[in-house]
Design a protein around this ligand. Structure first.
Ligand code: LFC
Ligand code: MG
Length: 445
């Protein structure tokens, strides 16, 4: 395979899956999500093609695709050495472009689009080095790793020098941890038994099957009705074995006091964390909830809608998150995720990535694996979310054994989707969408 020197094209597709039909992915705020991807393809002057996605739902995806298009001119014709020799600065130039940054900066739709592009660039880099992304990161010298990070707005919290120190300290024992990872994989929890729109029978059946497949950690959705939540938690607890973990996720449904009162009513069911109890920007609100729930042994988890490293900085400093849920597509790609992983290490908060969406599992596994080998040095208290949907469409789907992610082997930060799935689910012309419009299952927008 010849080595690429520049990017020759950037294209983006709106790929949507009809997950709302079965209420897969449903929660208190997103009652019928259609899991979707703004799917970016980068071609190069070699035979290497790279892919990147960001996660969205239904018609929101189209808007993200438009945002991706505005970056096209900044990438096509670009020498790859200009990107990868100084990735931190290139990342900064993407998020700082004069006419575009007004849309963010570094948040919302424009940051989701940044993520799709930046993820594709890391896929390209890892493919050029013929390594899965986690291994590319693990083998990178600490100086090179920190050079990919934009440290702006972090000087009061984590300097480049401190980041280097964390990485250098962890060089010891790296080899042994990599071997452990390859042998045992990384712990995971499943969300797929407890979506809000699932019936009690379905929850029981799925949890029983999941336990038989080796799962020991579970998450269920809450927030619509407290009596329902208590009943569902009871079903989980009656189904699970004594020491198995149960987490709950409210997807931002509550006021601060409401969150505290609601969780008090659920405390009997040994809940490890309450995820996104209130508005994702409410740092002080999360801190108040976290403090009030300490006596109940319930931590606060958040991050899937934490828009950038600056917000994570505040949550961590304010003790407003006990579990740091990085999202591979909400943050501006790997460069910014690295900053947050290092920040979390400084504050000694475990990183447990968010992956309830399409292609998120395929992405975040690499990030936790890097975190284990090079930053935190431990798997304790750490787990990667798993949502069991749509993996059949991926070119290189995640591999799970006994409730653990096995280290991916294919080169890249792989989110490629199979040709057939692209043809079926591209919106609105895909064959499956045309069929569903005809059958009246959906109306074309
Ligand atoms: C709409 C989505 O399925 C969300 O409910 C999902 O990402 C969730 O918050 C999660 O933590 O997996
Ligand atoms: Mg969540």
């Amino acid at each position: 395979m010849s080595r690429p020197t520049r990017i020759t094209s950037v294209t983006v597709k709106d790929i949507r899956f009809p997950t709302s039909l079965q209420k897969d992915g449903s929660d208190a705020m997103h009652k019928s999500p259609d899991y979707s991807a703004a799917y970016v393809t980068l071609t190069t002057d070699s035979d290497i093609t790279a892919y990147g996605t960001t996660f969205a739902n239904g018609k929101g995806t189209n808007i993200v695709c438009c945002a991706v298009e505005v970056f096209e001119k900044m990438l096509v014709g670009k020498q790859l050495s200009d990107i990868f020799d100084d990735f931190g600065n290139f990342w900064q130039s993407l998020v700082s472009e004069d006419q575009i940054r007004w849309l963010g900066p570094e948040k919302g739709v424009i940051h989701l689009a940044t993520a799709a592009i930046v993820n594709a660039l890391w896929d390209l880099w890892a493919k050029m080095e013929n390594k899965p992304l986690w291994k590319l990161l693990v083998d990178m010298e600490p100086e090179k790793l920190v050079s990919t990070i934009d440290f702006r707005y972090m000087a009061d919290t984590l300097t480049k020098e401190e980041a280097l120190e964390i990485l250098k300290k962890m060089q010891d024992g790296k080899k042994a941890r990599e071997e452990e990872l390859l042998a045992k994989g990384f712990p995971a929890y499943t969300t797929s038994c407890g979506w809000l729109g699932y019936s009690d029978e379905k929850i029981k059946k799925l949890a029983t099957e999941a336990m038989a497949a080796g799962w020991t950690r579970f998450k269920m959705k809450v927030g619509a009705d407290v009596k329902d939540d208590v009943r569902r938690a009871k079903i989980f607890r009656e189904t699970l074995e004594e020491d198995m973990l149960l987490m709950v996720d409210a997807n931002q449904k509550w006021e601060v006091q409401e969150a505290i009162d609601w969780m008090k009513q659920m405390a009997d069911y040994k809940i490890l964390w309450i995820e996104e109890p209130t508005n994702p920007d409410d740092v002080m609100g999360h801190a108040a909830i976290a403090e009030a729930l300490v006596p109940l042994g319930i931590g606060v988890a958040t991050g899937e809608m934490c828009q950038n490293r600056v917000m994570f900085k505040q949550f961590l400093k304010a003790k407003a998150m006990q579990y740091c849920q990085i999202d591979a597509c909400r943050l501006g790609g790997v460069n910014e995720v690295l900053a947050v992983i290092l920040l979390a290490a400084k504050y000694n908060v475990p990183v447990c990535p968010h992956a309830g969406g399409v292609a998120l599992c395929e992405l975040v596994q690499h990030l936790s694996m890097f975190d284990f080998v090079c930053v935190s040095g431990t798997m304790e208290n750490r787990m990667i979310e798993f949502a069991d949907h749509l993996h059949e469409h991926m070119l290189s789907p995640v591999v799970l054994k006994g409730g653990r992610y096995m280290a991916p082997k294919d080169p890249g930060y792989v989110v490629g989707i199979k040709e057939k799935a692209l043809a079926d689910f591209v919106y609105p012309e895909g064959a499956e969408w045309q069929r569903m419009f005809k059958e009246g299952l959906f109306q074309q927008e």
